[in-house]
Design a protein around this ligand. Structure first.
Ligand SMILES: Cc1cc2nc3c(=O)[nH]c(=O)nc-3n(C[C@H](O)[C@H](O)[C@H](O)COP(=O)(O)OP(=O)(O)OC[C@H]3O[C@@H](n4cnc5c(N)ncnc54)[C@H](O)[C@@H]3O)c2cc1C
Length: 609
């Protein structure tokens, strides 16, 4: 059987195509909400980040009856705010954590070659060798050279095929011809290696849609406020539909509840505190900030990985931009909207400027985003299945908590937690087979890419448009082209962000589960950090297109625009503040579009008590 055309799953009618079943449309949301109320699920996953969407896909592809509920938008948490690298982790190699390197490189190979070749691509990265005395130079080249060579060998021998070109040693001149902005006096040469790059938010949407195509109910703006318990077992969750704030909370029944809630994991444990349950694991948040600058601000054909006093800094090409990051500081303030302060921004500029011939200033910055790493901390009890990176624990019968890890290894985390759920079911179910399951849009991608000029000719658009669409939608591009054919106005470039088409906004609303303007400007497209106006100059156009697709009246359109502009302004203000406390206070001036107030892990307690 072709794994990509599998027909397992419980709701999909055999007469419905896999694509149609994977459309997260407004009608589908209504139907899935009804399913949440009416059905009993094998597995209910809380959290639509990469871990939760991956877990929902893993379970649905084993033939289980699955629901995924996400409080805000798909990837609204950490999974849209990463460095966007699918990587083995050169750092683990240095720490001799060879099993972690092996695991991550295996995943990198799978994603680039089979699962999501339309979304994960090789990106060249330079390891600059710092200027030093001649003996130190020899030692450094040997040390880093061995490390990078081992990385390639690991990927080739154990990593399911590299899917990446091999590394290369470069002299100082060689390094500068690839990266002219590198200061000549700072380096003696470099080593170029490759890792994978991904649009993190888009991959999550793709995972959720693929799960939906196999029968999973997927509902966003659905916040879990508590657990349903019978005796000492969790048998479901209480959900509030944030799109209908006046409607009553309702219960969803499931044999096993999987909490994949990242930095919100401790909230899940707190919901059980009245029965004296020990959480089994604790998760703390560490903030990482990225800057985005235009490609013209730095001249280079590859990325950079630089050592900093505390960690590493990446400078990675991102279309017409560079992404520079990241920081690593404890964060105990608002988790929904972590704020970058002026201090974070200064730190990143100082670090990157140590190697650039033309120093960057705040005026170069187009966008800034901050995310929170879900780091495991202490309390991992004996029932936990721990690799050093992630953990699966069962703090109470019927509830599995999965946390930690990194984006690259989402599939391993998903398989681990669903293995546990399957064991609880006590009936036979297939083992995980997501390593064989291309995501929607992946099947036929190589052929479509090869034929892109022909596709462009046939549809009367430029090759650039087809490349842009293929790299974001894979072979689902045909559906956007069909929309444009039916309504040629959708071929219009978006105001203020002409690399995107109006069709992408309409498609996001009709097939990718986008419910708000923020969803399309921040996650379905990345306009919020790719433009100096941060999406403010696109908001009116995008709201008009989205409004037409979703039937918004004038008041809703105006409210969505107003909220988005207020959010942009609050972020700008926070980035002028000297420290975390003042930046957080400035950012909190505007609540979440889905009606969140401050999100420090105390509001849920109020619901429970
Ligand atoms: C700055 C930074 C850079 C990184 N770079 C990389 C990288 O380059 N490569 C890499 O492999 N990894 C990277 N990572 C790590 C990676 O991004 C994370 O490990 C991963 O995204 C975590 O995903 P998650 O699904 O566990 O959490 P999240 O993405 O945060 O998802 C949790 C979800 O749960 C939802 N939720 C919470 N409470 C509830 C509730 N009560 N009801 C319903 N839903 C709820 C939230 O809204 C959220 O969407 C980086 C992390 C950071 C912070």
């Amino acid at each position: 059987m072709n794994p990509g055309s599998a027909t397992v799953g419980v709701v999909r009618s055999p007469s419905e195509s896999r694509y149609a079943a994977g459309r997260l449309s407004p009608i589908r949301r209504v139907a899935d909400l009804r399913r949440l109320r009416d059905e009993q699920f094998d597995v209910l996953v809380i959290g639509g980040g990469v871990t939760g969407a991956g877990a929902a896909l893993d379970a649905a592809s084993r033939g289980l009856k699955v629901a995924l509920v996400e409080a805000r938008d798909l990837a609204a948490g950490t999974s849209s705010r990463s460095s966007k690298l699918i990587h083995g982790g050169l750092r683990y190699l240095e720490q001799l954590e060879l099993h972690l390197v092996h695991e991550a490189l295996t995943e990198r190979g799978l994603l680039t070659s089979r699962l999501a070749p339309h979304l994960v691509r090789p990106v060249p990265i330079l390891v600059p060798l710092p200027a030093a005395s001649p003996p130190a130079r020899v030692w450094q080249r040997a040390y880093y050279g061995l490390g990078v060579a081992a990385y390639d060998v690991f990927a080739g021998v154990f990593g399911n095929g590299r899917g990446m070109p091999l590394h290369r040693h470069l002299t100082r001149d060689g390094a500068r011809s690839l990266f002219p902005s590198l200061r000549a006096d700072k380096i003696t040469g470099a080593i170029r290696y490759y890792d994978g790059q991904v649009d993190d938010a888009r991959l999550v949407v793709n995972l959720a849609r693929t799960a939906a195509s196999l029968g999973a109910a997927v509902v966003t703006s659905a916040r879990v406020t508590g657990f349903v318990r019978e005796a000492r077992e969790v048998v479901g969750v209480k959900v509030r539909d944030l799109e209908a704030p006046d409607s009553a909370e309702f219960e969803v029944r499931a044999h096993t509840v999987v909490a994949a809630t990242g930095v919100w994991s401790d909230d899940m444990s707190r919901m059980l505190r009245d029965v004296g349950v020990r959480p089994g694991l604790r998760v703390r948040a560490s903030k990482g900030v990225h800057l985005v600058v235009p490609r013209s601000a730095i001249t280079g054909e590859a990325g950079l990985i630089l050592r900093t006093p505390t960690s590493v800094l990446f400078v990675i090409p991102w279309g017409g931009h560079w992404i520079i990051g990241t920081t690593d500081t404890d964060w105990e303030l608002d988790r929904s909207h972590p704020a970058a302060s002026a201090r974070d921004i200064r730190y990143l500029l100082d670090q990157v400027n140590t190697v650039l011939d033309r120093p960057l200033t705040v005026d170069d910055i187009e966008g800034v985003y901050a995310g929170l790493r879900p780091l495991l901390s202490g309390e991992a009890d004996s029932t936990s299945k721990l690799s050093r990176e992630h953990a699966v624990v069962e703090p109470m019968l019927g509830l599995l908590l999965v946390a930690g890890g990194k984006y690259t290894t989402y599939r391993v985390m998903a398989a681990d937690v669903i293995d546990r759920a399957v064991r609880r079911l006590g009936r036979p179910a297939q083992p995980s087979r997501t390593d064989q399951l291309p995501l929607l849009g992946a099947d036929g991608f190589a052929a479509a890419w090869r034929d892109r000029l022909d596709i462009a000719r046939r549809h009367g658009v430029t090759a650039g448009v087809i490349e842009h669409l293929l790299e974001r939608y894979g072979t689902l591009t045909v559906h956007l082209l069909a929309m444009i054919e039916a309504d040629p106005a959708l071929a219009t470039p978006l105001a203020g962000a002409p690399e995107y088409l109006a069709a992408e906004i309409a498609y996001a609303a009709q097939a990718e589960g986008a419910l708000h303007l923020d969803d399309v400007l921040t996650r379905r497209t990345r306009i919020s950090f790719e433009t100096a106006h941060r999406g403010a100059g696109t908001a009116a156009h995008a709201a008009a297109v989205m409004g037409d697709a979703l039937g918004w009246d004038a008041a809703v359109r105006a409210r969505e625009i107003e909220h988005y502009l207020a959010r942009v302004e609050a972020e700008r203000q926070s980035q002028k503040m000297p420290d975390d406390l003042t930046a957080d206070a400035a950012r909190l001036g505007v609540a979440d579009v889905r009606g969140y107030a401050a999100d420090r892990g105390t509001d849920l307690l109020e619901v429970e008590l």
